[in-house]
Design a protein around this ligand. Structure first.
Ligand code: SF4
Length: 357
């Protein structure tokens, strides 16, 4: 029996199942750096430490010991199934008969990095920049597709002393697809505890990244909140409708709110000359999503929209207004249909089809 054990980013990230499997094993095999992390858990066991880059021989040895009738723990960092030892073991085990394998998940670098940085992960891709086994053109292609699909991208193996070109191509791709303000979270595990940093892609230089870093590339909605990286999912925050908003949407439903700038308004332009006023009061309030500039006033529980002007741009209004007219037949629908309204907001922000919610 071979237990493939994920010890996580560090041993605090192991599961109870993994601990039990280690306890029940006769022999422990792994890269010496990872074995050293769990030394006190395996003092009674036979231990075989191997060097870096020796994955095939570690897997072969685990199979050999298993065929001798021993229960083996094959140690992997992070999660064995994410750039870990499970893959290499399965690649060679079919040469043999009667080898049982059980994989014990661990916390992969992307989970660990994401949780250190805040809550950046929603739909995401994980891509290793190591071109030791994979052609650089393939890595670059996957990266560009992921960025263009607006996925969050977790980057493994970003750079090493001898492998700098993948990192340079990575930076170039993010700049080209996302622009210079794309947010990058860096979690550097050379520090204990690991150190997290958030930068814009234009400021991501080789001297702040090393082979022990995991990077998280934000998507088009990701924002920084109190030094944490957050990608909103669009949860509904309930609230009463303000009387001024009530009044505005009664007129809106009756077709009394003009499309475009309202230069007759005594406050026009409250943001900029040429702004559209269809949504003088925001139909999504409070969206609770800082990707367009809103934020909570701390300690007051009030959502502040002062820095959100997206709603007054011509392109936004033209995307939002026709479907929104179908979503609100009475003012109460601003509350009742809030989930759909927030999906509409998201569709227009991300330039997707607003009629296909
Ligand atoms: S104005 Fe902007 S920040 Fe405020 S609720 Fe509407 S979309 Fe959100």
């Amino acid at each position: 029996m071979i237990n493939v054990i994920g010890i996580g980013q560090n041993r605090e990230n192991m599961t109870l199942g993994a601990l039990k499997a280690i306890e029940e094993s006769d022999i422990i095999i792994g890269y010496k750096k990872y074995i050293n992390q769990i030394e006190d858990l395996i003092s009674e066991k036979e231990i075989i430490k191997k060097g870096m880059g020796d994955e095939i021989s570690r897997a072969e040895l685990a199979i050999e010991k298993s065929l001798e009738g021993l229960t083996v723990s094959l140690i992997s960092s992070g999660d064995p199934g994410v750039f870990g030892m499970a893959n290499v073991l399965y690649q060679i085990v079919s040469k043999y008969e009667n080898v049982d394998i059980k994989v014990y998940p661990g916390v992969s670098a992307l989970n660990y990095a994401s949780d250190k940085l805040g809550a950046p992960l929603n739909d995401f891709a994980a891509i290793s920049l190591s071109n030791i086994l994979t052609p650089l053109s393939e890595i670059e292609k996957k990266l560009r597709f992921a960025l263009e699909a607006n996925l969050i991208v977790a980057i493994y193996n970003p750079i090493s002393k001898t492998r700098k070109e993948p990192f340079r191509r990575f930076k170039k791709s993010v700049l080209e697809v996302k622009g210079e303000d794309a947010l990058i979270g860096i979690v550097d595990s050379t520090y204990e505890p690991a150190k997290e940093t958030i930068v814009k892609i234009k400021d991501l230089n080789e001297d702040i990244v090393n082979m022990s870093c995991t990077l998280i590339v934000g998507n088009d909605l990701t924002y920084v909140q109190d030094n944490k990286l957050v990608t909103p999912r669009g949860y509904v925050i309930r609230s009463d409708i303000h009387p001024l908003s009530q009044n505005h949407y009664e007129k809106f439903i009756n077709g009394e709110i003009a499309h475009g700038p309202n230069e007759e308004c005594e406050y026009y332009p409250c943001h900029w000359q040429g702004q559209y006023c269809d949504f003088c009061y925001c139909p999504f309030y409070p969206c609770g999503d800082s990707s367009t500039g809103g934020e909570w006033i701390k300690g007051k529980g009030v959502w502040n929209c002062t820095n959100c002007t997206w709603l007054h741009e011509k392109e936004s209004v033209e995307c939002l207004r026709p479907p929104l007219e179908n979503l609100i037949e009475e003012v109460e629908d601003l509350k009742k249909n809030k989930k759909s309204l927030l999906k509409l907001r998201r569709a227009c922000l991300l330039k997707n089809n607003p009629n296909d919610l």
